[in-house]
Design a binder for this molecule. Structure first.
Ligand SMILES: *Cc1c(COP(=O)(O)O)cnc(C)c1O
Length: 265
């Protein structure tokens, strides 16, 4: 049996059954490790483990590997790009997977999303909300949505400015096929925990404000924040959904700039 590193970065090669079994083993270990870290941070910050959802982010990961992840118990997968998500949803249509779109969504892709996705965490314009709702009505479906907020003020990040969110949330009420759940953000990419934490605190504060101002506080229950490098800080500050990619699936082949404009990391 050849010993391939499980974290090889080329996710498109076809792997032997032995290699996939190894990947499965490594994946299960990383999953157990992350679940344990989530449990620990919940315990020390007085939160219930059940209040924090782990959303595995599977962008760039090959479907043969995703089959391993699904059989290891991951039944929700987050994807940044619609085309990639659609292709995977089709290839894995025999499996019980709910697809979550977490990347910027162009209005002309809304019709595809309305067909197969379970959730959109990157709602960032009224035009997108309108189009999604209309397409969902045609499909007879509904979607969970999160409003994306630019919590770092960086020009390269998608999402609404925090001050624009209350009015935006109110303007979503006519769209009966959108089940508004809360807010999503990407923190600043920084090695400085203090500035990262500031983004999460800004989000927690915004949620508090929305709960007071909105006629229906249930629209703002959830806070999707925290990724591989910062999910523990995010949970400490109230995250209810952490989106974890590389720490679960291994390093990605494509640079982050492919998924996030303006990022060079
Ligand atoms: C890729 C991605 C993640 C996960 O990033 P990792 O650093 O791999 O954990 C989270 N959120 C969004 C929007 C992403 O595109």
């Amino acid at each position: 049996m050849s010993i391939e590193k499980h974290d090889q970065s080329d996710n498109t090669v076809s792997e032997t059954p032995e290699q996939l079994a190894q990947y499965r083993h490594a994946f299960e270990q990383r999953l157990a490790d992350i679940n344990q870290r989530i449990e620990q941070v919940c315990a020390r910050s007085g939160r219930a483990r059940g209040d924090v959802r782990l959303l595995p982010v599977s962008k760039t990961v090959d479907t043969s590997r995703l089959r391993q992840a699904v059989s290891a118990g991951c039944h929700q997968l987050g994807e940044n790009k619609v085309q990639e998500a659609m292709d995977k949803a089709q290839e894995l249509s025999d499996l019980p997977v709910q697809w979550s779109i977490i990347g910027h969504l162009q209005t002309n892709k809304a019709k595809y999303v309305a067909r197969f996705a379970h959730e959109v965490q990157s709602l960032d314009s009224l035009k997108l909300a309108e189009t999604l709702d209309r397409r969902l009505q045609l499909e007879g479906r509904a979607l969970d949505v999160y409003v994306q907020v630019n919590s770092s003020g960086e020009a390269s990040k998608y999402g609404l400015a925090p001050d624009d969110v209350p009015k935006f949330m109110t303007s979503l009420s006519p769209f009966s096929s959108l089940r508004v759940r809360g807010l999503m953000t990407l923190a600043v990419f920084s090695a400085d925990d203090v500035t990262v934490r500031e983004c999460f605190v800004r989000m927690r504060t915004l949620r508090g404000r929305l709960r007071e101002e909105l006629p229906d506080p249930s629209l703002c229950q959830e806070l999707s924040m925290g990724m591989s490098g910062d999910f523990e800080i995010a949970i400490e500050e109230g995250s209810t959904c952490v989106r974890v990619g590389q720490a679960l699936f291994g390093p990605r082949a494509l640079p982050d700039s492919y998924y996030w404009p303006g990022e060079t990391k």
